[in-house]
Design a protein around this ligand. Sequence first.
Ligand SMILES: Nc1ncnc2c1ncn2[C@@H]1O[C@H](COP(=O)(O)OP(=O)(O)O)[C@@H](O)[C@H]1O
Ligand SMILES: [Mg+2]
Length: 266
Amino acid sequence: MFESFYGFSRTPFSRDIPTDCLYDSLLMQEVVGRLEYVAQRQLFMVITGASGIGKTTVIRKFSDQLDSSAYKLLYLADSKLTPRHFYKGLLEQLGCESRFYRGDAKRQLHHQVELMRGLHHQRPIVVIDEAHLLDREMLEEVRFLLNFRMDAMSPMALILTGQTELWDRLQLQTYAAIRQRVDLQYRLAHFDQSQVTEYIQAHLTYAGTDHAVFTDAAIAEIHLFSSGAARLINKLCTICLMHGAQHGRRVIDDHMVKLVIQAELS
Ligand SMILES: Nc1ncnc2c1ncn2[C@@H]1O[C@H](COP(=O)(O)OP(=O)(O)O)[C@@H](O)[C@H]1O
Ligand SMILES: [Mg+2]
């Protein structure tokens, strides 16, 4: 394996990198800061960005540093989410078995939320990931969720994350009622070249090396190929490392990156 060849103690560019070892970019800090604000005030936020850009990772980071005595994060990422599964999923995470009918399950959820707030002084945060896949009926249900108010304050923070088309869809007239309720919208951008450099560095640091494995020119190629999207950077770097280890190259240059793209990724 390439890990021993490069003297890594952990595997870089992997999905399960702990949140305290992530590339902590200014953007990441900014969006986590907004999420904290949304949680405190129980607002509605929509986060969009291209596939593999780090949306779920941002939620993971936010979730890990959340004060669990004050907040309860309920997370759903199900492409086939129906209103019934939505309530069932949320109730399950609250340790309740949901009633069969949607109306009953909805009342049950409201009751649980009241208990959570009143009894446990915990504020719920509902995150729906991959929300660009939600159908019309589900988006309408989200609107109902926002309509439910116990007092002047919204009962929960609601965060939708999804690919860019989610925001495009919310622009349609049919979704005006939802769009108008969005308090904050954040669009995650692609990394530029210096951020790609820092990103790769963060993964190599996590792997336990201070050796600069990729040359500057190699990083420029990686940036070009990935357009600065984390998942593609991970994929390309991993194949480069496998290739590099096979061919005994301690340093990966732009020629090797081009070769790998041509041979395995184009
Ligand atoms: N800031 C970061 N530091 C380290 N790895 C990251 C970072 N952001 C994203 N990644 C990695 O990139 C990959 C894609 O990120 P992900 O959050 O799943 O993208 P999305 O949800 O936008 O499709 C994951 O393997 C993740 O671990
Ligand atoms: Mg995701």
